[in-house]
Design a protein around this ligand. Sequence first.
Ligand code: DLZ
Length: 162
Amino acid sequence: MATKDLSAYDLNAVPTAKNMKFGIVVAEWNYQITGSLAEGAVQTLLRHGANKENIIVKHVPGSFELTLGGQYFAEYTDVDAIILLGCVIQGETRHFDFICQGVTYGATKLNLTYNLPVIFGVLTTDNEQQALDRAGGRLGNKGDEAAVTAIKMVALQNSMQE
Ligand code: DLZ
């Protein structure tokens, strides 16, 4: 994936998502941004052949809750990959650090506990403009990138199980 534009990638280098099932967890905090991330992720999965009924979107209050939302998907559904979408913006207190630490640790743990791709689509920015730039703005959409990562990881897992 390019770093200049998150959404710039070689379309042909992405496997088909035709038979894959995805769970997307979206944080409601900073929803103007996370809603755009979710839209980007869904459209990207569809563009790569996923069926609409195989994309399940659920919402949680904030980014801190993303990992538990992800765990619910892992426990109660048969999705092939989970995408966590959130946006944490630096404020005046250390809340930012604790939320980022919590969701990063939680996402890593989910990946390894469930042997399932759990994709980290959380923007961690200094300000709102940086987030807008990465949620459909001048630097693309991190949701698109998260979707492509999910597809690639499912394909990788499938190739190793064959
Ligand atoms: C409380 C809080 C703050 C201050 N900032 C954010 C943020 O920038 N992004 C985000 O997704 N969530 C934020 N939250 C909410 C926490 O993620 C969480 O929902 C609450 O601490 C309750 O557990």
